[in-house]
Design a protein around this ligand. Structure first.
Ligand SMILES: CC(C)(COP(=O)(O)OP(=O)(O)OC[C@H]1O[C@@H](n2cnc3c(N)ncnc32)[C@H](O)[C@@H]1OP(=O)(O)O)[C@@H](O)C(=O)NCCC(=O)NCCSC(=O)CC(=O)O
Length: 484
C-alpha cells in the first residue's frame, strides 16, 4: 500500500521540526541554567542581603502569583479521557449465515442473473470469512423487501443488547450518563437511533444527544474523538455513552452491479457500546490520541464508497476497484499526522536521516517507512476485506501476528463497519495478550475517504474479557491462507 509512497514530505518536515524544537529547547535550557549558576555564585552575598529586606507582603504576593499561574496552567491542560469499558453485540447463532445459505438465497432471488450469482460465489470463497458470520432475517427474504419496522427491530436488537451488557459490566446508573453519541452510516430513521435509546432507557431530560450518519466505517473513531472533545468542556467526571453500529436490513442491494453486490457479500451484523469518562477510578484504558484525516477533497476518493442507484433504480453502495489504492493514499497522509505524535525519537531520527540521505544522494530508493511496531504493541486495522488488511499489513511492515486480530475478526464476524475495530480489541483481550501499559492502535478507514486513529493505553487488563469471542476463542486463530 505504501510502496508507491514517493516522499512523505510533511512527515520529514515534522520530524525535522520536532528535532529542531527539542535541540533548541535543550540548548536554551542548558545556557540559562549555566548563566544562572554563574550569576548565583558571583552574587550570592548580594542575593542574601536583598532577601533580608523582603517584606512579608512581597512574599505573599509572590505565593499568590505562583499559585495562580500553576492553577491556570493546570486548568488549561487538556483533560485525560478514559475508557471505562466497552461491549460488543454478540449475534445469536440463529442469525448465522453460512456461505452455502447465502448462495442459495442468491439462487432463489428472482432479480439476480447467473453471472451475478457466480460472482457472489467466487468472492464469497475469497472473502476471508468463515461459516459463522451473521445477517439479519431480512437478508433471507426472497423478495428482499425490508420495511422500516424491520430495520428498527434490527437496530433495537443490536443496540439494546450491547447497552444492557455495558450497564451490567460497568454498574453505572442511567442518571450518570451525561452525553449520548451514536453512529450508524446507512440507516437514519426519524426519530433517530439516539432518540430511541433515550426513550428505551428513560435517560435524563438534559442529556445532549448526537447522532452521526453517512460517515462510513471510520465513524466509530470519529465518535470517540467527539466524546473526547465534549468531555473537555463538561463537568469533570462526566460520562459519555458512545454507540456504534451499522444496520444492514434496509441496505440490501437487489441488483446485478458487481461493485454494489460487494457490500451484501462482505458486511455483517455488529455493534459496540463504550463508556468514556474523565474520571480514572474505574477506567481500563486511557485515550492517548485521536487523529483524523480526510481526503474527500479528491474526487475519486470522495466517490470510492458511494451510495447511488444502479441503471435499474436499485439503491445500494458502490465500492470502487480503486478503494485499496485510495485507502493507501489516506493512510499515507494519515501517518504524516500520527507519526510525530507516537513514534519514538530514534525512529523519527532514522526517518529524517534516510530522507536527507535520499535527497542528498538523489537515489530513487524506496523511502524509509517508520516502524510503527516501536510505537504500539497491538494493532486493530479496519476489517474492510482481505485486500484492505493485506495492503495495510504490507504497507506498515506488520507481522502476521500483528494483523491476526483483523483477519480473525473478518473470519468470525465479517466486515462490521465501524464496530469491527472493537471486535479486534476484544480478540486481543480474549487471547489474554493485553498487558498493563500496552499501547493499541485503532485504525479506521471509511467512506469520504477517511482514515482515523484512536490510540489506547492499557491501565488495567480485564480478568474476564471473552466478550463476543466467548464461545469460540479457543478455536482461534484459524488458518485463512487456504481460503479461496
Ligand atoms: C473483493 C475481494 C475479497 C476479492 O478478493 P480476490 O483476492 O479474489 O481479488 P480479485 O481482485 O481477484 O477479485 C475477485 C473478483 O472480484 C472483482 N472485484 C473486486 N473488487 C471489485 C469491485 N470493487 N467492484 C467490482 N468487482 C470487483 C474482480 O474483478 C474479480 O472478478 P472476476 O472474478 O470476474 O475476475 C478483495 O478484492 C477485497 O477485499 N477487496 C476490497 C473490498 C472492499 O472494497 N472493502 C471495503 C468495504 S467498505 C469499508 O469497509 C469501509 C471503507 O473502507 O470505506
Amino acid at each position: 500500500m505504501l510502496h508507491h509512497l514517493k516522499c512523505p514530505k510533511p512527515l520529514y518536515y515534522l520530524a525535522a521540526n520536532k528535532f529542531m524544537l527539542i535541540a533548541t529547547t535543550m540548548t536554551l535550557a542548558v545556557v540559562i541554567l549555566l548563566l544562572q549558576i554563574a550569576q548565583q555564585i558571583a552574587h550570592v552575598d548580594e542575593l542574601l542581603s536583598q532577601l533580608c529586606v523582603l517584606r512579608p507582603i512581597h512574599l505573599l504576593f509572590s505565593a499568590i502569583l505562583l499559585t495562580a499561574t500553576v492553577t491556570i496552567c493546570l486548568m488549561r491542560r487538556p483533560r485525560t479521557v478514559y475508557l471505562v469499558d466497552y461491549t460488543c453485540f454478540q449475534p445469536s447463532s440463529s442469525l448465522r449465515t453460512p456461505k452455502a445459505r447465502f448462495l442459495e438465497h442468491a439462487h432463489l432471488s428472482p432479480f439476480l442473473r447467473e453471472s451475478t450469482i457466480s460472482f457472489i460465489g467466487r468472492v464469497l470463497e475469497r472473502s476471508g470469512m468463515g461459516e459463522e458470520t451473521c445477517l439479519p432475517p431480512a437478508f433471507n427474504y426472497v423478495d428482499s423487501y425490508c420495511c422500516l419496522d424491520e430495520a428498527r427491530t434490527e437496530a433495537e436488537l443490536v443496540v439494546f443488547s450491547m447497552i444492557d451488557d455495558l450497564l451490567a459490566k460497568t454498574c453505572i446508573s442511567l442518571d450518570a450518563i451525561n452525553v449520548l453519541i451514536t453512529n450508524c452510516s446507512g440507516f437514519c430513521p426519524v426519530p433517530s437511533i439516539a432518540d430511541r435509546i433515550v426513550n428505551r432507557y428513560k435517560l435524563r431530560g438534559d442529556i445532549p444527544i448526537i447522532n452521526l450518519s453517512g460517515m462510513g466505517c471510520s465513524a466509530g473513531v470519529t465518535a470517540v474523538g467527539l466524546a473526547r472533545n465534549i468531555l473537555q468542556v463538561i463537568p469533570w467526571g462526566s460520562h459519555v455513552l458512545v454507540v456504534s453500529t451499522e444496520i444492514l436490513s434496509p441496505n440490501y442491494y437487489v441488483g446485478n452491479k458487481r461493485s454494489m453486490q460487494l457490500v451484501n457479500i462482505l458486511f455483517r451484523m455488529g455493534g459496540t457500546a463504550k463508556l468514556l469518562s474523565t474520571c480514572r477510578s474505574k477506567a481500563r484504558f486511557r485515550l492517548a490520541h485521536v487523529v483524523r484525516t480526510t481526503i474527500a477533497a479528491d474526487d475519486s476518493a470522495y466517490k470510492c464508497v458511494y451510495q447511488e442507484e444502479d441503471d435499474e433504480g436499485n439503491k445500494g453502495v458502490t465500492l470502487s476497484k480503486d478503494l485499496v489504492a485510495i485507502a493507501g493514499d489516506a493512510l499515507k497522509a494519515h501517518i504524516t499526522a500520527i507519526g510525530p505524535l507516537v513514534l519514538p525519537a530514534s525512529e523519527l531520527l532514522k526517518f529524517l536521516l534516510f530522507s536527507v540521505a535520499r535527497t542528498a544522494l538523489r537515489v530513487g530508493r524506496r523511502p524509509y517507512i517508520p516502524d510503527f511496531r516501536m510505537a504500539f504493541e497491538h494493532f486493530c486495522i479496519h476489517v474492510g476485506g482481505p485486500a484492505v488488511i493485506n495492503s495495510v499489513q504490507h504497507g506498515l511492515n506488520l507481522s502476521d501476528e500483528q494483523v491476526e486480530p483483523s483477519r480473525m475478526t473478518l473470519h468470525r464476524f465479517g466486515n462490521q463497519s465501524s464496530a469491527s475495530v472493537w471486535y479486534e480489541f476484544a480478540y486481543i483481550e480474549a487471547k489474554g495478550r493485553m498487558r498493563k501499559g500496552d499501547r493499541l492502535w485503532m485504525l479506521g478507514f471509511g467512506a469520504g475517504y477517511k482514515c482515523n486513529t484512536a490510540v489506547w493505553v492499557c491501565i488495567q487488563p480485564s480478568l474476564d474479557a471473552q466478550g463476543p469471542w466467548s464461545s469460540c476463542i479457543h478455536r482461534y486463530p484459524v488458518d485463512v491462507s487456504t481460503d479461496g
